[in-house]
Design a protein around this ligand. Structure first.
Ligand code: KG4
Ligand code: ZN
Length: 336
């Protein structure tokens, strides 16, 4: 494995992030810079703006993170950069910057799959009170860009059990929030509004609930929200609460099926921004409890996009002798 600190870089969506980890996984320094303000006026992430913002921010952010760790580039033993899936402009920025550092200092380079980084986060030493979960465990990735159930069976051994047929669940939250007149990204605003509403007030569909497998679908739910808003009979708070209850019920049902598909799972690990949602967390905790396995939720800032998870995936890969050639190109689509 690496004999010194490893630099991790994340730039696949709208967070610019850098982190330095000791070879044993200890976090030496980290920083995340959100571009939310730049994209909010457009109501979503604009790829070109994201790429340019990563380009402007990443080198300085990396220098600050290294300085905070009391290190220089020459102290590093490896570089890991997210190389997909994600927005290609940002991926190119992060991968090229990482390769530049690797070339200048003769370091191994790891092209990290963003989904693998989310999947391995729970194994970061000291992150979970209960300790790192043993393989296999169920990863429920619920963010603005991803929505899938993954069997994590070992390093490099992932099986996608189900995924969304249309929108990611965070996207569904954002679209429903927009219909309710809330600012982007709408998930947290919708949760706050839902707290004042009655979850039984508006009958909304629960797509795929009870169906075999663990795929997801949210477009029908979004259409139903649009209809409820247009009819004007229900209050926004009641619509928000009912929407959130539908999503939580669907996620719980899908997770329950996923656990049936992975009967020796040692736990459910959640990742992605939607893991912040209280109703979703409660529903998933219930499912885990019924199945007799722990629900493992890393602290929120390691559920959302960050560079600590990228550096950690890099360390795991370097320990397994899995560095990548500098000719490795970023991939906007890169299934696990
Ligand atoms: O993982 P993340 O920060 O970024 C990526 O999508 O990669 O997830 C962001 C998504 C957004 O769609 C946001 O609305 C949603 O997570 N989200 C929430 C909550 N906080 C963030 N959705 C529901 N309830 C929340 N409290
Ligand atoms: Zn992510």
């Amino acid at each position: 494995g690496p004999r010194g600190p490893v630099l991790g870089l994340e730039s696949s969506c709208d967070e610019t992030a850098a982190a330095v980890l000791a070879p044993d996984g200890r976090i030496l320094a980290e920083a995340v810079l959100s571009q939310e303000r730049e994209h909010a006026v457009f109501g979503g992430v604009v790829p070109e703006i994201a790429a340019r913002a990563h380009l402007a921010a990443l080198p300085g952010l990396t220098e600050r993170v290294l300085a905070r760790a009391g290190l220089g580039f020459w102290d590093l033993a490896g570089v890991a950069a997210t190389s997909g899936p994600g927005l290609i402009g940002g991926l190119i920025v992060g991968a090229c910057f990482g390769k530049g550092v690797a070339i200048a200092h003769g370091l191994p380079f790891v092209a990290v799959n963003h989904l693998e980084a989310h999947a391995l986060t729970a194994r970061l030493p000291g992150l979970l009170e209960s300790g790192a979960p043993a393989f296999p465990y169920l990863l429920l990735l619920v963010s603005g860009g991803h929505c899938q159930c993954v069997a994590v069976e070992g390093l490099g051994r992932y099986r996608r059990l189900g995924s969304t047929l249309d929108d990611a669940v965070g996207e569904a939250f954002d679209k429903a929030a927009k219909l309710l007149g809330l600012p982007w990204p709408g998930g947290p605003h919708l949760e706050r509004l839902a707290a004042q509403g009655d979850a039984r007030a508006v009958p909304l569909p629960r797509p795929l609930l009870g169906r075999p497998g663990c795929d997801f679908s949210f477009s029908g739910l979004k259409t139903a929200v649009a209809r409820a808003v247009a009819q004007g009979a229900a209050s926004p708070a009641d619509i928000a609460a009912s929407f959130q209850a539908s999503v939580a019920a669907v996620l719980a049902d899908r997770a329950r099926h996923a656990l049936e598909m992975l009967p020796d799972a040692t736990g459910i690990v959640v990742a992605g921004g939607v893991a912040a949602n209280g109703a979703v967390r409660a529903a998933l905790t219930g499912v885990a409890g019924m199945a007799g396995v722990p629900m493992l939720a890393p602290p929120l800032r390691y559920c959302t996009d960050n560079a600590v998870m990228v550096a950690w995936a890099g360390i795991e890969r370097l320990r397994a002798g899995l560095a990548d050639p500098l000719g490795h190109n970023p991939r906007p689509r890169w299934p696990l």
